[in-house]
Design a protein around this ligand. Structure first.
Ligand SMILES: NC(=O)c1ccc[n+]([C@@H]2O[C@H](COP(=O)([O-])OP(=O)(O)OC[C@H]3O[C@@H](n4cnc5c(N)ncnc54)[C@H](O)[C@@H]3O)[C@@H](O)[C@H]2O)c1
Length: 249
């Protein structure tokens, strides 16, 4: 179902994005790992290539419009076309624990530029190629913090809320070209970046889930694979929370 699909995954040098990238190549997709982290991203691509998979690294700064244009054009040279885009890259780490009164305006702007504007500009640059695919797919990675209003993280939460709204507009604008646009809203998932989240926040999530256990990357990858596959050709503009029932949509 994903064999031969050409897919860009942003923010895939580590964490959830890396888990998406590995799962996609294992299913026969050709991928570009697009991330600001050159050393880590190249290492992931090299290791996948050594295992015989078709994976490339392209450096991108999602906060820089020119870098985004260059990333998509370089990716097209590598992939020869585009069937899927996973807008996963984001400033998601090291910005929590700050009250709305104390959020630094420069940090707010950077979070919005990378998380929101970056998602728009990546999709805008990719759209002409996705339109040429028989059934292009965009998966936007939001967060369930935007559904329950996690405190002390308002810039991040607001950026993820914007991504949920943007997904619906994008779906309407791209639908007639058979491009589906959906969003996922993972709950707190165990990756390197969430090791530093206070234990109490991990416990709060675990206690509030209908399935009361820690959330792992493998709880999320299958949903992304499905939304990128031909099985999801008539699903668009939707938000899928993946959080063991912490928030029920
Ligand atoms: N892990 C969780 O608990 C969780 C929950 C909900 C949503 N999410 C979302 O999942 C996605 C992945 O998060 P993660 O937990 O793996 O964290 P992470 O910090 O490991 O991943 C974010 C990735 O984005 C990249 N990135 C950051 N700024 C960038 C920029 N300017 N240009 C290009 N790349 C940039 C980072 O280098 C990193 O590889 C994010 O969108 C995050 O908001 C994560």
């Amino acid at each position: 179902m994903l064999k031969g699909k050409r897919i860009i995954i942003t923010g895939s040098a580590r964490g959830l994005g890396q888990a998406f990238a590995i799962s996609l190549v294992e299913k026969g997709a050709h991928i570009v790992i697009a991330d600001i982290l050159e050393t880590e991203g190249s290492a992931v691509a090299n290791s996948l290539q050594k295992s015989g998979y078709d994976a490339h690294f392209v450096q991108v700064d999602l906060g820089d419009p020119r870098s985004i244009e260059a990333c998509v054009s370089q990716s097209m040279k590598m992939l020869g076309g585009l069937d899927g885009l996973v807008n996963n890259g984001a400033i998601a780490t090291g910005i929590g624990g700050v009250s709305m009164e104390d959020i630094d305006i420069d940090v707010w702007d950077r979070v919005m530029n990378v998380n929101v504007r970056g998602t728009w500009l990546m999709t805008r640059a990719a759209a002409p190629f996705l339109r040429q695919s028989s059934c292009g797919k965009v998966v936007n990675v939001a967060s369930d913090t935007a559904l329950w209003g996690a405190p002390q993280l308002m810039h991040y939460v607001s950026s993820k809320g914007a991504i949920i709204a943007m997904t619906k507009s994008m779906a309407r604008e791209l639908g007639n070209d058979n491009v589906c646009v959906n969003a996922i809203a993972p709950g707190l998932t165990l990756v390197d970046a969430t090791e530093y989240v206070p234990k109490e926040r991990h416990q709060l999530y675990q206690n509030g889930r209908a399935i009361s256990r820690a959330q792992l990357p493998e709880d999320v990858v299958g949903v992304v694979n499905f939304l990128l596959s031909d099985s999801a050709n008539f699903i668009t503009g939707q938000l899928l929370p993946i959080n063991g029932g912490f928030v029920m949509n």
